[in-house]
Design a protein around this ligand. Structure first.
Ligand SMILES: CC(C)(COP(=O)(O)OP(=O)(O)OC[C@H]1O[C@@H](n2cnc3c(N)ncnc32)[C@H](O)[C@@H]1OP(=O)(O)O)[C@@H](O)C(=O)NCCC(=O)NCCS
Length: 178
């Protein structure tokens, strides 16, 4: 179907989207950190192309979301999880439900690939609507300082966090932005 101005398509990024993703992250975050992080992750072994999704409206890339594999580690165990980071919608397209569509579709894709746990460090008023709750209360910690309410976790399958606790180990590409 033709992508008219009225239709919103959510799909995995393709090569031709890379520059638009870079630009929209710079605009939404008013800086380069997140666009550099995405570029670095894309070059890394852990990048999952199916979990880098764009929102396209009228042929224009207006939003992006990325999920990256992380580990939840304690002294005795390591559990796989995904980190939702970053996500952005072009300022002039915000407050239209595009971010919601990206998160919902993104979480569906994570589930389809068999992932069970997603963590996010972000707006505490935004992510609970998708089922995220405070990760500290579930025994998870961050390797950097952050207010407790911004660190959230979602079980994609019920009970996924049973027996799981520890610190999130992010890929080293995150070091530059945390
Ligand atoms: C956060 C962001 C991705 C949301 O995208 P969006 O398309 O505007 O989201 P939606 O239209 O689906 O939802 C809008 C909701 O997000 C909330 N929201 C937007 N920015 C927010 C912020 N900085 N803090 C808290 N809530 C925020 C709005 O208040 C609105 O809430 P409501 O539905 O209760 O009115 C977008 O505002 C953005 O790109 N912001 C700049 C980059 C950023 O902060 N990314 C997230 C990092 S955690």
């Amino acid at each position: 179907m033709e992508n008219t101005a009225d239709t919103l398509a959510i799909r995995p990024e393709s090569k031709g989207d890379i520059d638009a993703i870079r630009k929209l992250n710079k605009k939404a975050f008013k800086g380069n950190n997140e666009s550099k992080l995405i570029d670095a992750l894309r070059e890394s072994d852990i990048f999952v192309p199916a979990l880098s999704l764009v929102a396209e409206k009228g042929g224009k890339i207006v939003g992006h979301i990325l999920f990256t594999p992380v580990e939840i580690k304690d002294a005795n165990s390591a559990a796989p999880a995904l980190a939702l980071a970053p996500m952005a919608v072009l300022p002039e397209f915000q407050e239209q439900g595009i971010g919601t569509a990206l998160v919902k579709r993104g979480l569906e894709e994570c589930r389809k690939l068999g992932h069970k746990i997603v963590v996010v460090v972000g707006h505490p008023e935004y992510y609970p609507r998708f089922g995220f709750s405070k990760a500290g209360e579930k025994g998870l910690t961050l390797p950097f300082e952050a207010p407790p309410e911004v660190f959230m976790v979602l079980e994609l399958t019920p009970g996924a966090l049973a027996g799981v606790s520890g610190m999130i180990e992010y890929p080293r590409e995150f070091d530059a932005v945390t």
